[in-house]
Design a protein around this ligand. Structure first.
Ligand code: ADP
Length: 247
């Protein structure tokens, strides 16, 4: 089933007295469960695309169709509710609040949801357990490694049970071993959700994504499926080089 559809999306930014066209008639369709990597040179429009899909910024023309509903007439409150209900964001620099504990950093995602403090705590603890951080919930972010901080950010993104995870360079600040841990978690997440990830890391994109979209100058250069979902859902065996092999 189609989860998200972009139809002829255009976006320009004004720089001085000129307009820079950043997205040029982008049409794409995403299913409920896919692991999509967006690759392309800096400035090609990848983050802008993610921001459009996440409702952080708005397209100029075209349409973004969510669960078969057009967003053409969405007002700010509709975008707010879409973001809160449907989207989890993961950023390269984690965006954690330094003076709050790991648990509070995850609970904060639920402050607008109207659920009780006890339930917030329970859900945040559960989300942190899912990313393997149950022993670190009372620590502050600066007591964690980069990989652990990114796992907190993933727990925070997942705690409201969104259908779509948007990840902008989630391993950009991590070494390769820690990147693998974070990517293994995102692969699990993508088994039941749509995950769209912007990355510069071709190797990671090829290893983990079920679909790779390449951008160039605000246009789609290619859209391919390096891994079938079937293969990506297969049990994972790690060999000596820590490479993934499917059965
Ligand atoms: P990528 O993620 O591929 O590096 P971006 O989507 O971040 O590319 O940016 C595409 C182009 O749009 C760049 O030239 C960037 O400078 C410009 N741009 C992005 N956001 C804005 C903005 N808010 N205002 C003006 N220009 C912007």
């Amino acid at each position: 089933m189609s989860k998200l559809k972009l139809v002829d999306i255009d976006k320009s930014y004004r720089t001085g007295d000129r307009y820079l066209r950043v997205l040029n008639k982008i049409s794409l369709e995403f299913r409920e469960s896919e692991f999509v990597s967006i690759l392309g040179p800096s400035g090609s429009g990848k983050t802008t695309l993610l921001n459009m899909i996440g409702g952080l910024d708005h397209y100029d023309s075209g349409d973004l169709i969510i669960n078969n509903e057009s967003t053409k007439h969405f007002r700010d409150k509709d975008w707010d509710s879409y973001r809160n209900r449907s989207i989890g964001f993961v950023f390269q620099n984690y965006n954690l609040i330094g003076h709050q504990s790991v648990l509070q950093n995850v609970e904060i995602s639920m402050t607008l949801s109207g659920i009780s403090a006890d339930e917030r705590k329970e859900r945040a603890t559960e989300a942190l357990k899912e990313v393997g951080l149950e022993d670190h919930i009372n620590k502050k972010p600066n007591q964690l490694s980069g990989g652990q901080m990114q796992r907190v950010a993933i727990a925070r993104a997942l705690v409201n049970n969104p259908d779509i995870i948007l990840a902008d360079e989630p391993t950009g600040a991590l070494d390769s071993k820690t990147s693998t841990q974070v990517m293994d978690i995102l692969r699990e997440v993508a088994k039941t959700r749509l995950v769209i990830m912007v990355t510069h890391n071709e190797e990671i994109a090829l290893e983990y994504s079920t679909r790779i979209i390449r951008f160039l100058d605000g246009k789609i250069q290619s859209d391919s499926h390096p891994l079938s979902e079937e293969k990506n859902n297969a049990p994972v065996i790690k060999n000596k080089k820590n490479k993934r092999t499917s059965m």
